[in-house]
Design a protein around this ligand. Structure first.
Ligand code: THG
Length: 288
């Protein structure tokens, strides 16, 4: 089950058994005042720098979310997508549910992006799936609907099935739907992470599709978020997650180690290369 995404130059293949693909989450103004201000000022240099940095830190796909209070998303989304695609050659993940901003961004986005996202809600399915077909993209399907996010893996699984069925009806291939089993903060519900992991396991084994998470959500409101996120990501990978929307600089090490421990890194080459790079960086920082 291969999901193939394309940037201006690079092609990214998401598939179980291959190294987990990092989708850089940083172009998102939620909780980031400076980025929000930059977007309101249409300062695309800030967005460009953020994209370049994430690729340097190991992102293979860049998520672009410009949802900021008072911002004109229909104008900002295509602007940001263009700016990012001018400075990085990897595929983009267009993170918007705005009915007109999304098609406007798709029109100018090079390659084969990932749409983030559709969900099990009737209105969302009717609005987004035709765009996936028209622009020949892949799409993330969130396991939630008009009743919100189910608290059981059975219900989330049923929504995943529904999204795949509806996608098939409009001629979207099953490999072009990546299911998001939804990470919620364990700070609000002790079973939150467990339900997510159980859903990943079922979706991955019974439906065979690629699975993703906005993994950083799991630690909202808790101390030492980075460690929680790293351990959760490792567990999600074991359960079947094949790509992760994360902070690349913070998540890469744990992901490389999880891949290595699951036999997806021959001779530990990726891990050792990464380790050497980090040592070089540290030495350079000391010398300067
Ligand atoms: N699923 C899908 N897409 C998503 C999410 C998801 N997109 C948005 C979000 N959830 C994933 N992206 C983020 C981005 C940032 C943070 C969490 C998830 C985050 N930000 C810090 C905060 O708010 O405290 C601040 C950032 C910083 O300055 O470090 O945690 O679930 N498909």
């Amino acid at each position: 089950m291969q999901t193939v995404l394309k940037g201006t130059v690079k092609t990214v293949v998401i598939e179980r058994g291959r190294p987990v693909v990092i989708i850089g989450e940083r172009i998102n103004p939620t909780g980031r005042k400076k980025l929000g201000e930059a977007l309101l000022n249409e300062d695309m240099d800030y967005v460009r720098r953020e994209a370049i940095q994430q690729v340097e830190d190991g992102a293979e796909v860049i998520d672009v979310n410009v949802g900021v209070a008072g911002g004109d998303e229909e104008k900002l989304l295509p602007m940001a997508v263009r700016a990012v695609s001018e400075v990085v050659d990897c595929p983009l993940c267009i993170d918007s549910t705005h009915p007109t901003a999304l098609p406007a961004a798709l029109k100018i986005c090079p390659g084969r992006p990932l749409i983030n996202s559709v969900n099990g809600e009737e209105a969302a399915l009717k609005r987004v799936l035709p765009l996936v077909k028209e622009f020949d993209t892949a799409v993330i399907g969130l396991t939630m609907d008009d009743e919100g996010i189910p608290t059981t893996s059975e219900k989330r699984f049923a929504i995943a099935e529904k999204i795949l069925n509806r996608a098939a009806q409009v001629g979207i291939k099953v490999e072009d739907v990546i299911i998001d089993c939804l990470a919620l903060t364990v700070g609000a519900d002790p079973n939150a992470a467990k339900v997510t992991l159980e859903t990943i396991q079922r979706v991955s084994t019974e439906l065979g599709v690629n699975v993703t998470l906005g993994a950083s959500n799991v630690s909202f409101g808790l101390p030492d978020r980075d460690t929680i996120n790293q351990i959760f990501v490792a567990m999600a990978i074991q359960a079947g997650m094949t790509c992760a929307i994360v902070h690349p600089a913070k998540a890469r090490r744990g992901i490389l180690i999880a891949d290595m421990l699951l036999g997806r890194d021959e001779y530990c080459a990726n891990y050792i290369r990464y380790h050497r790079q980090q040592e070089k960086k540290a030495a350079a920082a000391c010398a300067s």
